[in-house]
Write a protein that binds this ligand. Structure first.
Ligand code: GLP
Length: 238
């Protein structure tokens, strides 16, 4: 059963999530953190930067990455994670991984990422946003609940939503490599954040609808330790 915390602002949500991360790292300096991109986790990273814990030994695994963007592209998730998480929070770049970043062929990259997560001991705390389609990571509706890291096609809605980071929607990649729903469920603690009325339907479907591949975020209902932190506009349908 998820613990649902409704807060007045994204800043307060970020403080709560940052406190959970700081507590984890205080007890385990080499904790494994599941990193999410998107605008949603930004207040968490900001609150964590204010707290200033030593994150130099923390290992990180990002949820997803575009396929076909060079790592140096400013909107690759490698670049985003470096800019928004690794540099401001003082993580060690070599300890932070993004799917498909091991230099090997794309074929098999998902299996290799799974193996690397397992070798690190699994993810202790996974930060999650949720897309308007109900996606988590880049697991769009229709994703198998048991799916593992693999290459996927992006939904047109998601490409349109992410077009704001590119010159036009045509520049948004069509494919991605993402941790699967099964991968996400293996993390020991899920912290799902959502803000704004545009997320309200996805939040309600994920938390109170049927557990279904139609709403990938609904898999959080299957996890024993989930903290959901939402602002009031995102909570209106709960
Ligand atoms: C993106 C990412 C997700 C993210 C979601 C919401 O496409 N792949 O990991 O959670 O969409 O993004 P935002 O937080 O910007 O609303």
């Amino acid at each position: 059963m998820a613990e649902v915390v409704i807060v007045p602002s994204a800043d307060e949500a970020g403080s709560i999530a940052a406190a959970a991360i700081a507590a984890l790292v205080a007890s385990r300096p080499d904790a494994v953190l599941g990193l999410a991109t998107g605008s949603t986790p930004l207040t968490t990273w900001a609150a964590l930067a204010t707290r200033g814990p030593d994150l130099s030994r923390v290992r990180g695994f990002a949820l997803d990455e575009y396929v076909g963007l060079p790592a140096a592209h400013p909107e690759s998730y490698r670049a985003v994670i470096t800019r928004e998480v690794v540099e401001p929070l003082g993580l060690t770049p070599e300890l932070v991984r993004v799917p498909g970043d091991d230099g090997g062929p794309l074929a098999g990259a998902g299996e290799r990422y799974e193996r690397d997560i397992r070798a690190a001991g699994g993810v202790d705390l996974q930060v999650l946003g949720i897309g308007r389609t109900g996606h988590i990571g880049f697991n769009e509706p229709g994703s198998s609940l048991a799916s593992l890291t693999r290459v996927k096609t992006l939904a047109e809605q998601t490409r349109a939503d992410n077009a704001r980071f590119f010159a036009s929607v045509d520049d948004v990649p069509t494919h991605c490599i993402t941790q699967g729903l099964g991968t996400i469920l293996r993390a020991r603690h899920l912290v799902l954040l959502a803000f704004g009325s545009a997320k309200a339907a996805a939040v309600a479907a994920a938390l109170e609808g049927p557990v279904s591949a139609s709403t990938p975020g609904s898999v959080v209902q299957l996890h024993p330790k989930v903290t959901v932190i939402v602002d009031e506009p995102a909570a209106v349908h709960l």
